[in-house]
Design a protein around this ligand. Structure first.
Ligand code: ZN
Length: 459
């Protein structure tokens, strides 16, 4: 007897959409069955009319736990992920106290967050100038990649110069790891910011002009060159611009293992939102034009991106409008940069992609589940609706209309640029390893069920 049978759904794989049933036992998918074939199971979910997607994987989330839990924590952040349809999140090492840069801190962090997780989670390892000797051990612990900045970053985390990045990539390449970078050229955006301040351009157009596509492009092209030189696998984080995506695509076509993600806000919001609504829409790189948003979708469709991340980067209300860590906000440059979006990413991507632009659900399954799993070394366990894989499944009601409200958000801080957005097509049931962790906008009694997922070592 199976533990769970999900029947009559439209099963979405990276290749096709077919009606059928999924049988689950001991947290794993055991069989994909044709419609009508209904073996006995302890629990049956009728998914009639709904899409049955592989659970989405958020390749880039800041849950800030431990350390900055007034911004977000595991309990709230993973509850939001569960409700939103991300069944695995890959958590960033910074905005943690301490930042996750050694094997010892890895263990400590896991013991702190694991009692509170609703969904499964992986750790990005830290990559800062003084932890090169710790990288291999972090890889052995199970870190799925290593995050660094070529650009300004929070006070608790230092960025690398190109020389340091080169050395780190040689090291990471030696154990077949993947290095991930926030790509905005530091000198360029720092100079532009000074220039804006000197010219008295302290408004939102000044902010947008301080972080041009050119800054993102220069840093990305440089990282691609370092990847080519060192042979290191590289992941470009949160790409906002289709022109940057084109450069990545060209490197991929040359045969380099360079992956990239974009984010749900870059696929649904524009610079106009920043100009009209300000603080909540500040993120880095910044939101771009509608024309760029439309072209960016082309790189989702053609497979350049292996991830639509949330880059969930929450903060308190005060940090958007009043003060950050005791520092009064004087102008747009002081405002916290980051958008809270882990609860909204899947529905917004489904609506903008599948409903509005007619992208096939299979394409979305590929970019939000299969390719992230492959990129971060967890494919086989995560990433597809296939026998032997974890039964991480989301049911999407394609007819369900929604409006995102602050009351619906599970975050510590119920603020987000996504509040007020409307659309159609909503994850209504989220299943992690065969267990329903969220249903109809709320979590079930499964706090602490989420588990650490380690990079699968190829033998
Ligand atoms: Zn980030």
């Amino acid at each position: 007897m199976y533990d769970l049978l999900i029947k009559n759904g439209k099963i979405v794989t990276a290749e096709s959409v077919t009606e059928g049933n999924i049988a689950v036992k001991n947290g794993k998918i055991r069989a994909i069955l044709i419609k009508g074939e209904e073996p006995e199971a302890k629990k049956v979910i009728d998914a009639e009319g709904k899409y049955v997607f592989p659970g989405a994987i958020d390749t880039h989330a800041h849950l800030n736990d431990p350390g900055y839990t007034w911004r977000e924590d595991y309990e709230h952040g993973t509850a939001a992920a569960a409700v939103g349809g991300y069944t695995t999140i890959i958590d960033m090492p910074l905005q943690n106290e301490p930042a996750m840069t050694t094997a010892e801190i890895f263990d400590k962090k896991e013991s702190i967050v694991s009692p509170n997780a609703y969904v499964d989670y992986c750790f990005w390892g830290g990559l800062i100038p003084d932890n090169f000797d710790d990288l291999e051990e972090l890889d052995e612990k199970g870190c799925v990649a290593f995050k660094s900045f070529i650009g300004p970053v929070s006070p608790d985390y230092s960025s690398l110069n190109y020389g340091q990045a080169y050395e780190a990539m040689e090291i990471i390449h030696s154990f077949d790891g993947r290095a991930g970078f926030h790509c905005e050229d530091y000198s360029m955006i720092k100079w532009q910011e000074q220039r804006m301040k000197k010219e008295g351009r302290l408004d939102w157009q000044g902010f947008l002009d301080s972080r041009p596509v050119a800054a993102e492009m220069v840093a990305t092209v440089d990282m691609i060159e370092l990847a080519k030189a060192t042979g290191c696998k590289v992941h470009i984080c949160h790409v906002s611009s289709p022109d940057v995506a084109q450069k990545i695509k060209e490197a991929q076509q040359e045969g380099y293992d360079i992956t990239a993600e974009t984010c749900s806000h870059y696929l649904s919001m524009t610079d106009k939102d920043v100009l009209e609504n300000g603080p909540l829409f500040k993120c880095a790189p910044p939101l771009r034009s509608q024309e760029e948003v439309d072209r960016l979708w082309g790189y989702v469709e053609d497979g350049t991106f292996s991830g639509i991340a949330s880059d969930h980067s929450p903060c308190s209300y005060a940090e958007k409008y009043e003060e950050i860590l005791g520092q009064k906000i004087e102008n747009v440059f002081d405002v916290w940069g980051g958008i809270g979006g882990i609860q909204s990413g899947v529905q917004v991507s489904f609506y903008e992609g599948c409903v509005k632009r007619g992208i096939s659900p299979s394409t979305l399954a590929k970019v939000m589940a299969e390719n992230p799993a492959k990129t971060f070394g967890i494919y086989g366990k995560k990433g597809a609706l296939k026998p032997g894989f974890d039964a991480d499944i989301i049911l999407i009601d394609s007819e369900k209309e929604w409006e995102i409200t602050s009351e619906s958000l599970k975050y510590v801080n119920k603020i987000s640029a996504f509040v007020g957005m409307k659309g159609k097509g909503l994850p209504v049931c989220t299943i992690v390893r065969g267990e329903v962790v969220a249903q109809d906008g709320d979590v079930t009694d499964t706090k602490g069920y989420g588990e650490l997922v380690k990079k699968i070592k190829e033998k």
